[in-house]
Design a protein. Sequence first.
Length: 184
Amino acid sequence: MDRDLSEIILSEEQIAQKVREAAAWLDERFKKESVPPLAVGVLKGCVFFFCDLVRAMQTPVQIEFMTASSYGNSSKSSGAPEIVTDLAASVQGRDVILIEDIVDSGYTLVRLKDLILGRGAKSFTAVTLFDKPARRKLPVRADFSCFEIGDEFIVGYGLDYAQQYRDLPYAGILKREIYEKNNA
């Protein structure tokens, strides 16, 4: 798989350090709450980040997952995120921490924030591993971003292209010829 990358941009160690920083930030934010926040992971991309983050937190959390998709097997967002798998738990009156792998266009973050707050959540906090502001279509940001990245196609540590590369323990830039040949 490494041969499909033009370069590795973040090592396992760099990612682990930022995950610890995000966990400390969340611990500080929710330390006075009597009810554990609900940590919601947006599958599939968040899975490694989600697990590492909630394990690094000192604050107890309850966990829940949902699936939203706007990409399918393409490198281009449709701009209309679809909720593929919804939450099983109620968010009514809860502090919700949304854990995302990447915020690029902003469509998914806005859709999920509106959905969760519309269902009566007490608060909404978004944490993302990667922030890609160069691709932003809506004026939205996560409350905590581990890394701001450029407009490269990033894979690894949960991020994929056509359901591949998620299991890489680091993040790298996918060679353009890999995704351009499949989108031609």
